[in-house]
Structures are given as structure tokens and as C-alpha cells.
Design a protein around this ligand. Sequence first.
Ligand SMILES: Cc1ncc(COP(=O)(O)O)c(C=O)c1O
Length: 389
Amino acid sequence: MREGISRPVRKPTNPNFSSGPCRKRPGWSLQALDGAALGRSHRSKEGKAKLREVIDLTRAVLEIPADYRIGIVPGSDTGSVEMALWGLLGPRGVDVFAWESFGGDWVIDITNELNLEDRRVFQAAYGDLPDLGKAAPDRDVVFTWNGTSSGVRVPNADWITDDRSGLTICDATSAAFAMDLPWSKLDVTTWSWQKVLGGEGAHGMIVLSPRAAERLTDHVPRWPMPKLFRMVRKGLVTEGLFVGETINTPSLLAVEDAIDGLRWARDIGGLPALKARCQENFDRAAQWVSQSDWCDFLASREEIRSQTSICLKIVDPEISGDQALQAEVATAVTARLAEEQVALDAGAYRTAPPGFRFWGGATVEASDLAVALEWLDWCYHEVRKAARA
Ligand SMILES: Cc1ncc(COP(=O)(O)O)c(C=O)c1O
């Protein structure tokens, strides 16, 4: 291992590298929320206009087809995914693909809660992807576009056929606004506001293809449907939900913040600009990793590496094979990064292998990430030096 690494002089302009809630956009301040419809009803003309603006800006920035419905729903991304699972699954067999913690949660929902008998579960360990080619076109498919806790994403949607009869349900919470989402391949897509655009945790977004909307009315779930999950009333799709008439009360402060993030996204050049910012962050990380003799990506292959949740593992030959020691070192390094105020919340996800996770979404400046990684190098060597002394 290299010795004599000197303490970096520069610090990132912003030390926030959490993978959710994620860093606010450049230049954000509370004043950005001055126009919030606070103390007003979300059913007032003004309140509804705000919610409608979120939907319209979302459609414009993400280039969502006009015949896809976009709704704002309760319970952040979890709420959106679960309303899709509860509302749509049942009439067909389901294939569920998981390779980290969040995808694993949807496996638990399908297996233990919904108890769907005709299910096939395809799971892979942290760092890998299951064989997506196993997805059957006549079955429903549930998957995560980007596994935030392992930094592994699907490389594309080529494995989803255009003439499928099943529905695809995609948790895209750390992919939306960062990666291309081919709408023709996705029947249900979900995310929250707290990720790539740096919004607030609170509400979820759900996007339904025309076929997903058809399923809503063709099929009556055989389990009870709480009000929070209902997208159908008297046999018809609740169309109001898709123009901003939310199921229950949203936070109009969080709504204003979502509008602020979306306007920023639009004004910097929309999806191509957001993607470019994420790619630049990833490229800086890849460059740093390529020069490191103790650290590597957790994702095993280049084409499945996430541009947003950049997950790193320790490959230092001196401690390789000793998972407990690696965990101890990773915890000490993460604490040191925070103490130095150079990278906050940069530890690996609690159920992931020991290591680090730096958010590389569009709100992060590449120069800040590059500097934070210099500090990671220095902190790692300091922690190891102290352990050896
Ligand atoms: C892929 C994925 N799914 C689901 C969730 C849960 O999201 P929320 O807390 O917004 O419900 C997260 C949170 O990080 C996530 O990354």
C-alpha cells in the first residue's frame, strides 16, 4: 500500500454525500420555498395548481409519454411501490428480481405479505445482478432500476420485450432524473423526491402505462386495499389522482421544494444535463478507484455500476478476508470523514458489505466528490496507520 499520503488541503464546498435524503441543488436556500402555498388547502385552486405543476414538470423533464398517468402519492417511494404491488399483482404469475436491500423488501412483500403462490424469485449477492434474461413476457416483473445499497443498476431494458403481456413494475427511485428510463418498457415506475433532485422525503411519484391503468380496472385484488393504496373508485381509475388531487394531504412545503428541484432540472437543460452531471461524478470516482490500491467498486462489472449510488469496498490485501476488521476500519474511516467535515453519511448501507457509499446524483458537484475521495484516501491511511502502531 502507498505510504506518505499527505493531508488534503482543500475541502468540498459541501460535505453532504448521503444517498437519501440527498444534497440540495446548487444554490438552494430556504428562500427557494417562499412561494409555498402554506396554510392553504391542497384542494384550493392554488394548492391544486402546485401539485399539477409537479406533474407537468415531471412529464416535461423526463419526457414521459402523454398517455402515461403520473400521480403524487403518500409514503415516499415505498408507498408508491407498495400501492403498485397491492393494486396490480395477483392475476398473473410474478417474477421478482433483487440484488440488494430494497429489492429484497419487495421480495418480502410478494412472498410473505401478499403470499403470491405463482412467484419466481431471482436474487443475487451484493455487487452482482441476477439473470434478467429469465424474465418471462407473460408474467409480471418486479425489479429495481438502481439498487441504491449496492450501487448496482440494470444496464438497460433490452431484456423486457415490447410484446409482453405481463406488467413491469420498476422501483426507479435512485435512477429517475439520472438514467434513461425507456417508458415503452416500463408499466409502473416509482420514485420519491428525496433523491436525484435533492427534494424532501414525504411523497412518492407513480407513473402508469396505459396497460397498467387497464389492469387497475380489469382486476380486483383479493386482499383488502387500504385507502392509501386505492387508485380505483367504483370500477374506474381515479383520474383526479393524476392531475394533482392527492389521496390525502400532502406537505405543500415539500411540494414547493419538488417544484424548485424540477425547475432547476429544466433550466439547466433537462434530462441530458442531469445525466451528464451524474456521469461526471461517476467518472471522477472511477478515475480515483482506478488509482487506488485498497478500494474498488462493490459492483462487479462496469456496465452495471451506478452513476448515482457509488458503493465502494475495501480490497486492501492486508485485511482482505477479514470482514469484521474491514467493518471496523470502514466505520472508523466514515467517522473520520464526518469529523473532518469533508463527507457526511458516506458509510455503506447498514446491510451491505463494509465500505463506503458516496451519492453522485445531479445535485452533487464533481469537484466536491473528487476532493472528498482524496480525503477518503487520507482517512483510510490514517486509520490503518493508527491500527498498525
Ligand atoms: C431503491 C430504493 N427503493 C426504495 C427506497 C425506500 O425509499 P423511501 O424511503 O423513499 O420510501 C430506497 C431508499 O433509499 C431506495 O433506494
